[in-house]
Design a protein around this ligand. Sequence first.
Ligand code: PHE
Length: 452
Amino acid sequence: MKNKTSIQGSWASRWIFILAATGSAVGLGNIWKFPYITGENGGGAFVLVYLACILLVGIPIMMAEVFIGRRARKNPINALSDLAEESEGTRKWGIIGVMGMLSGVLIFSFYSVVGGWVLHYIIAMLTGDMANVTSDQAGDAFGALLANPMTLLGWHTLFSIMTIVVVAAGINKGIETATRIMMPALFVLLIVLLGYAMTTGGFAQGWDFMFHFDFGQLTWNAALIALGHSFFTLSLGMGTIMAYGSYMTKNASIGKTVLTIGALDTVVALVAGLAIFPVIFANGMDPAAGPGLMFISLPVAFGQMPFGQLFGTLFFVLVGVAAWTSAISLLEPTVAFLVERFKMKRITASIGLGLVVWALGIACLGSFNFMSDVTFFGKNTFDFLDYITANIMLPLGGILIALFAGWVVKDKFAQDELNLSSTVFKLWNVSMKFTAPVAIAIVLYFLINPLQ
Ligand code: PHE
């Protein structure tokens, strides 16, 4: 055990790992999805459950994923198998990695459709198409985009190609460069937007909506969505962080690193919410508008502020980059597996996988037009894939990873990687053995058997 490096290479330093993992974590989940699901689930109480899930379930599981990857220095399937063997368990644990790779493929197929919307909005902002739109006009423009499969296909294809190119280029050249400059820039622009939101007159209402905890509002379904989102937003439960961990240097502290990533991800989501909801309320729009929320509210905001065209363009460019660095990380575990297990060339593996996810994406973009009557359990393909991956597959992956790290891997091996003080290690261990799996199981149980 304890291989020195992965055959894929390694991050230049602890900071590069933080950047890359943050690049994976911060994405459409934070800026697009978090605000709209908060809106759909009534605000405050949902936000509180989400924060609790990040802290109590997400962070400890992220530590587990990083150490599993770093100890084995292999793709998630082989990492889980090797670590199981080292602790005298069965290699069958690798199956969690298989499920994770499937999740990655399914998530990518709708993720890149939304990535495509973002690319479309960059151009719409740049050309001034959206200047001074009213909220109704912005809603119509978004509706018109969704109704047009060829436009959607074009953008989805471009987004898929951009992603495949970087994955094919490998971890150092591709992923690092994109993250280093763009992440800080995205943050600065979010603050600018937040500043604007404060001037809209809707800020108090927006704040109240997000931080006023009314537990009467909370349903098991909302709790499940909050839990599922904590996995989605931190890129957990599917092997991404394991794969990235396998490129991490040995001397870096896993605990501190993971806390930094979790904090950055959470702050971006909260600031995005605080930038969007005031605009919604100030313009009398509906916070529960669903997936179009950001695409309808922000053009209105940019249309009204000085230099809105410039800021609007920049903003969508940065959201595009955030989506891009996340999309890359959805494919990385599977590409690493194909390269290591079947000795494929990275470029062949990337293109092959890319074609599969691109084709699946067509079914997702068709959900809004030519395939709108195809439904699974009452949801269109796009919503269905979003729902089962984030709310079922990732939490299930999370339970299994926690049980694996807590019960299968011997404490001495875990502690050898994590290097925590003995109290913190005990807390982490209890969370892996009991708290995290039980919490996830309860939420899943009540989803299947709702209370009256
Ligand atoms: N965390 C990413 C986001 O919030 C999405 C993602 C999920 C990426 C799972 C990789 C793995 O947008």
